[in-house]
Design a protein around this ligand. Structure first.
Ligand code: GLV
Ligand code: GLV
Length: 337
């Protein structure tokens, strides 16, 4: 039941996961009741639907599907704050039709995610996971002039697919490596081109010329399998693919074949399709593929900022202020909420 104070029903906010301590601070003084799932595993779908049915707001994570079926059983729902910059887990058009505001956490995780893209670029090029395995496997018996030879990153060509905030932070970081930086993006950014010497090129040119192709697009019907067999074949056999965006942006079976057959030099992934990736996934049998478990934004500081950003969107919404990072602001502007 909703708690009432002086006869006023408080909006009820479902928080679908334990979050870093302090995340919900923006909601502390808001007149809302918090219903938080207390286990550090995703809410089972049935549980999510049951609790969503009572909710006015949901603070959701990227593993929670906020779809038509959920909206159908959640008549009170007015706002969904996604604890992520990507919101492919949310059916935004359906939310808009239902007058449900959706927000995300842009900005606060861009630099942290860009750091991880660089970690993966370097890990692949310099074969760091292979080196770790080499020692663990007892094979480090002597120093060798040709042991674990990698590829240089400096003075090579970086290809950034998607020039949003994260792509931009990846681009800025390339300057210390004296790289040529190409980008392909739905939206051309002349301001950023001038500031960091970026070259805007057709996607096909980027694929053919980059030594490192790094993905920074959101997952949409247009970007699903953006990288498949033909795109991998167009890449240099010495090139690496890095994905910190969303797993389905890459056709993972095609990637497996390309890395196995030397069509490209290797890949480093923070995201997979599906997630979680099973331990017996064929990709993990390839020494030139590095996979980490969707942790690009996983620093203590950034995960807290994501929490306070999501909570602030809900706090603003339920106290009549404008939420800072709406995805479908038309819901606010139409007054339909
Ligand atoms: C994480 O993947 C995010 O979209 O924030
Ligand atoms: C390698 O360690 C070198 O000193 O060149």
């Amino acid at each position: 039941m909703n708690r009432t104070i002086a006869g006023v029903t408080q909006p009820r906010i479902l928080v679908t996961r334990p979050l870093p301590p302090g995340s919900l601070a923006p909601l502390a003084s808001a007149p809302v009741h918090i219903d938080q799932w207390e286990h550090d595993v995703p809410m089972p779908r049935e549980e999510l639907l049951q609790r969503a049915a009572q909710a006015d707001g949901i603070l959701a994570t990227l593993v929670d599907r906020i779809d038509q079926a959920l909206l159908d059983v959640a008549p009170r729902l007015r706002a969904v704050a996604n604890y992520a910059v990507g919101y492919d887990n949310v059916d935004v058009p359906a939310c808009t039709r239902h007058g449900v505001l959706v927000s995300n956490t842009p900005g606060v995780l861009a630099e942290t995610t860009a750091d991880m893209a660089w970690a993966l670029i370097l890990a692949g090029a310099r074969r760091i996971p292979e080196g770790v395995e080499y020692i663990r496997g007892g094979r480090w018996t002597t120093w060798g002039p040709m042991t674990l030879l990698g590829t240089d990153v400096h003075h090579r060509t970086l290809g950034i697919v998607g020039m949003g905030e994260i792509g931009w932070q990846v681009a800025r970081r390339a300057s210390g490596f004296d790289m040529r930086v190409l980008y392909a993006s739905r939206t051309r950014r002349p301001d950023r081109e001038a500031e960091a010497h970026l070259e805007y090129v057709p996607f096909q040119t980027l694929l053919a010329e980059a030594d490192f192709v790094t993905l920074h697009v959101s997952l949409t019907p247009e970007t699903r399998h953006l990288i498949g067999g033909p795109e991998l074949a167009r890449m240099k056999p010495t090139a690496y693919l890095v994905n910190t965006a969303r797993g389905p942006v890459v056709d993972q079976h095609a990637l497996y074949e390309a890395c196995r057959d030397g069509v490209i030099a290797g890949a480093a992934l923070d995201v997979t399709d599906p997630e979680p990736m099973r331990a017996d996934d064929p990709l993990l049998s390839l020494p030139n593929v590095t996979v980490v478990p969707h942790v690009a934004s996983a620093t203590a500081a950034t995960r807290l900022k994501m929490g306070t950003t999501a909570a602030e969107n809900l706090a603003a919404f339920f106290t009549g202020r404008r939420p800072p990072t709406p995805v479908n602001p038309e819901v606010l502007d139409s007054g339909g909420a």
